[in-house]
Every structure is written in C-alpha cells, then in structure tokens.
Write a protein that binds this ligand. Structure first.
Ligand code: NZQ
Ligand code: ZN
Length: 388
C-alpha cells in the first residue's frame, strides 16, 4: 500500500428533505449566491422553486447562470466567473448533475482569476483559490459533489480536460435521492456505468497490498450491479436511488484511492470520445470498459480479474483463472446491456474511424502509457477499433 494523505472535507447532508438545510449552510459563507444549473430538469421537478423560496425566505440574494451543457463548455464557465466578479458573489450553488457541478467548480476558481478559465484548465497551478461551493445533486454518477475534479470541454480545440485541486472540494453537498427519481433510464444507466468505472480504474491499477480497499471496492461494485438495473426499471425505488447516490460519492471522493493511486486509462480514452463527438460520458465508458478489460487481460492482470469475478459476481474459486477472468468480463458487459446501454461506438453516432489516431494521441498525452498495462498510441487505436 502506498503512503497517502487523507482528508475529505466535504460535509454531506443526505436524505429526504435535506435541502431544508441550505440557508444555514449558505449563511456560513455569506448571503450572495450564484445558482448554476443546466437545462430544464430542475424546473420541471419543482426543485428550482423550492430553492428560490428557501433563499428568498432567508434573505439570501441570488444571481443565476442557466444552460450549462452536458460536457460543460469553458465558455459557459467564463460567463459564470464574470457574474461572480460583477455581483460580488460569495457562494456558488450548482443544482444538477456532474456537468453543472463541474462548471460551477470552474466558475468558483475563475472568480479569482483574471483571464480565460481555459488557461487554468491547461495549467492547474494557476488556480490559487475558489469561492465556497455548496452542491445540490440530482444525478448519481460522477461524484463531483464530493471530489476535487472539474472536467471542462473546449469544443473549439476538441479538448476535454480536468481542473483539479483541493480548493474545489465542495463545502457542503446536499444529497436527496428523491431528486434523482426523474433521471431518465438512459442517464441512470450511463451514470451507473460511470460509477462502476471510477471504482474499476482504481481496482485494476495494479497497486498491491490493498486488501481492505479492494474488498470495499467490490462492495461498491456489487451495489451498482444490484441497484443499477433496479433504478432503471423502477425509477422511484428509494433504496436503489439512495444506494447508487452514496456509492457514486464514495467511488471517487478519494477514500478508495488512498494507498492505491494511479492513472485512469478508460477515462483518458473516453474523454477523447466526448471531446470529439460530445457523447454521454458514462455510455462511452460502458463501451470501452469490457474491451479494455479483454485487451489488458494477461498473466500480470489475470489474478485481479479473478478476484473481481469472485468478489463482485460470486464466481466459483474452482474455475480455471482465465476462464474466470473471461466470465467476469462478460458479466460486466451484461450489466451494462441489462440497463439498456448499447455496446459499440457506431451506436452512439461515431460513424467512421477518421479521428481515432488524433484521439489516441490525446489519450496518450492524458497518461495511458503510465498505466499498469501501458497503452501506447497503437494500443488505444486498437481498443477504439474493437469498440467500433
Ligand atoms: O441539463 P439538465 O436539465 O440538468 O439535464 C441533465 C442532462 O441533460 C439530466 N439530468 C440531471 N439530473 C436530472 C436530469 N434529468 C432529469 N432529472 C434529473 N434529476 O441529465 C443529463 C446529463 O447530465 P450531466 O450533468 O451531464 O451528467 P453527469 O452527472 O453524468 O455528468 C457528466 C459530466 O461529468 C464529467 C463528465 O466527463 C461529463 O462532462 N465527469 C466529472 C467527474 C468529476 N467531476 O469528478 C468525473 C467523471 O469521470 C466525469 O469525467
Ligand atoms: Zn467518469
């Protein structure tokens, strides 16, 4: 197990009615709020009205930035940072999924930066501080509500990159599983695939001596395998939504990677799919994951796949190790398919292979060569080809 520093400073208010605590949390930092949200979902569900009333009743000023895109654009984040500066904003309040929260994080940091936020995304050391963030999550997926990452897209340059720093941990996150009842099946499935891949990126990174973390990760993965399909079929199943929501946060809040840190190959590859084709992140991962597993299955990795198969899918210890590994990979694919996700790049609108080379170069630049099974440019191209 590696040495590590452990601190997860985000305070979480979890459960039905949790939003009532919002004014109290805001007032710890000020009385001027920027609400950040995406399309129409929070208005359709009534959450928007609830929040506005809570803020108004408590004398909290609020400005707004709406229209944050899935795969949030740096241009939108720049608009938000401008509002923060002009309006003397003290707290940034994203209401939505990972895209909204990520955009809000970039805004919170951008409020202290004179220039284009893209400079900071390209060079994270330019980020010195950020406004306090309080998040209200509506989609269990990215874990942005409890982590340090903000993933921002620049559609002009076809780049999707992370802004990453301790100052981006939200101060509070309000997690009410009922706010995820309205998440469509497709986003529920994609979100679950994203959660699973966050865990797998750590589980399969080859760092040894992490028995405790590995067993916790198997528990988190089992939770997704069990509840993902249930939430897809029964969107108002509270336990399914609650378990997925809390798993999403724990998949990436830094706990499981304590002592087991390493690069994330599937994310490095998927971010290129989103950057060039604006695809749904979790669906891109669901397509890549089983293919990447098959591609990296070898003598060095086979025991990890056996443990995974036994711990997550209850495979028999009697199975020959490669047979167990292959069954584990097939079961992974079946979980995604059971939630209705298609398994080819063509099915998500990638109609030719013309960008694979440049996408592979960018995936390599994002770190695939330093993974446990190093992926060079030609390996990434081959994985894209097999996914096609
Ligand atoms: O725009 P709105 O109206 O909010 O609708 C959204 C959007 O269309 C909808 N939605 C969200 N909550 C809903 C709802 N619809 C109905 N009812 C609700 N309660 O779902 C759609 C997708 O939302 P989005 O926020 O884009 O999804 P997600 O949470 O999966 O976020 C994806 C983004 O996060 C990045 C991804 O790359 C992608 O840009 N990631 C962020 C990470 C992080 N911060 O740690 C890590 C991840 O690996 C990932 O890269
Ligand atoms: Zn992800």
């Amino acid at each position: 197990m590696q040495n590590f520093f452990y601190s997860i400073p985000t305070k979480v208010e979890f459960g039905k009615g949790a939003v009532k605590k919002l004014p109290e949390f805001v007032k710890e930092f000020g009385t001027r709020v920027l609400i950040v949200y995406g399309g129409g979902s929070i208005k359709r569900t009534g959450l928007y009205d609830t929040v506005i009333k809570l803020l108004d009743d408590n004398g909290i000023y609020h400005a707004e930035l709406s229209g944050v895109e899935p795969n949030p654009r740096v241009t939108t984040a720049n608009k938000g940072a401008k509002i923060c500066k002009e309006e003397g904003i003290e707290v940034v309040l994203p209401i939505g999924g990972g895209s909204t929260i990520d955009c809000a994080k970039a805004i919170a940091a951008g409020a202290f930066y004179d220039g284009d936020i893209w400079d900071m995304v390209k060079d994270n050391s330019l980020m010195t501080k950020a406004l306090p963030l309080i998040t209200i999550l509506t989609l269990a997926a990215t874990g942005s509500e409890m982590d340090v990452f903000s993933v921002i897209s620049n559609m002009e340059t076809n780049e999707k990159m992370g802004l990453d720093g301790y100052v981006l941990y939200p101060k509070y996150s309000i997690l009410d599983p009922e706010y995820t009842y309205s998440v469509p099946k497709y986003q529920t499935a994609s979100g679950t695939a994203d959660i699973m891949n966050h865990i797998m990126e750590v589980y399969f990174n080859g760092v040894e001596g992490t028995y405790m973390q590995d067993r916790i990760m198997e528990g988190l993965l089992k939770t997704c395998v069990h509840y993902g399909p249930i939430a897809c079929e029964t969107p108002k199943d509270y336990d399914a939504r609650a378990n997925l929501m809390w798993t999403a946060s724990w998949a990436i809040n830094g706990f499981i990677s304590c002592g087991k840190a390493g690069p994330w190959p599937c994310h490095a590859m998927e971010h290129q799919l989103s950057a060039y084709y604006d695809v749904t992140h979790g669906h891109g991962l669901a397509i890549l994951t089983p293919v990447w597993m098959e591609y990296t299955l070898n003598e060095k990795t086979v025991d990890m796949f056996v443990n995974y198969g036994q711990g997550v899918f209850g495979l028999s210890p009697e199975l020959e190790k490669y047979e167990a590994a292959r069954q584990a990979i097939q079961k992974t694919r079946e979980v995604f398919e059971a939630m209705g996700l298609t398994m080819t790049l063509r099915s998500i609108g990638i109609e030719d292979k013309s960008k694979f080379e440049v996408m592979a170069e960018q995936a390599v630049a994002a770190g695939t060569e330093s993974c446990f099974v190093p992926l060079h440019k030609e390996d990434v191209i081959e994985i894209f080809n097999r996914c096609f």
